[in-house]
Design a binder for this molecule. Structure first.
Ligand code: COA
Length: 172
């Protein structure tokens, strides 16, 4: 975990990784809103490569995704295609939240090995000293189709919390 007060070389590395992740996500170089309040988790492979990155920030509010019913007869494959194609909508009523996942990324060759799940578990126990965050206290920033499929599985519901809406939310 890299924190805002860590040595410059560590912050520089995090910045390089964030730029790479943002390119992969197709984000325009979007600066983090509150850099001084972010916590970055890096998942390092045995051969010392960064294969996962999670950037979390303090937030106050999240908005619940409104789940659209998947047609009943769909196979698992069809469900994934449906999820990838549709836009997501969310409620306009804010709900209290504590931790925003600003970025979550796993190297393409290493996906579906529970690396993202392990990073969130680690985040939940380390984001606030001495407490373990519940899934209800976490929100995802502008989820991609992959992010939405992941969050739905991880949270156990398609009605997880989202926030930011492409940098629309300011620091608390
Ligand atoms: N399609 C369908 N289900 C998916 C999925 C996908 N692309 N990615 C994750 N899931 C679901 C699965 O049910 C999976 O369990 P299973 O493999 O046993 O079926 C479960 O979530 C846990 O996934 P996990 O292995 O922990 O996730 P991951 O390490 O592959 O990382 C992402 C998930 C989203 C971080 C990764 O796909 C990624 O980096 N994507 C590109 C960046 C991105 O879009 N980030 C999201 C920003 S919101």
């Amino acid at each position: 975990m890299v924190l805002p007060d860590d040595p410059k070389y560590a912050l520089k590395k995090v910045e390089e990784i964030r730029e790479m992740v943002d390119n992969d996500l197709g984000f325009q170089q979007a600066p983090l809103m509150c850099y001084s309040r972010t916590k970055t988790l890096l998942f390092i492979s045995n051969d010392k490569k960064v294969i996962g990155c999670l950037i979390a920030e303090h937030i106050q509010w999240g908005y619940r995704v409104i789940e659209e019913k998947v047609p009943e007869i769909s196979s698992e494959n069809e469900k994934v295609i449906f999820e990838r194609q549709k836009a997501w909508c969310c409620s306009t009523s804010p709900e209290p939240a504590i931790c925003g996942i600003s970025r979550i990324w796993v190297f393409s060759m290493m996906r579906r090995k529970k690396i993202a799940s392990r990073m969130i578990e680690c985040l939940r126990s380390n984001f606030i000293y001495g407490s373990y965050l519940s899934k209800e206290e976490i929100a995802f920033s502008d989820p991609t189709p992959d992010g939405k499929l992941f969050a739905t599985q991880y949270c156990g519901t398609g009605q997880f919390l989202v926030y930011n809406f492409l940098n629309g939310q300011n620091c608390p």
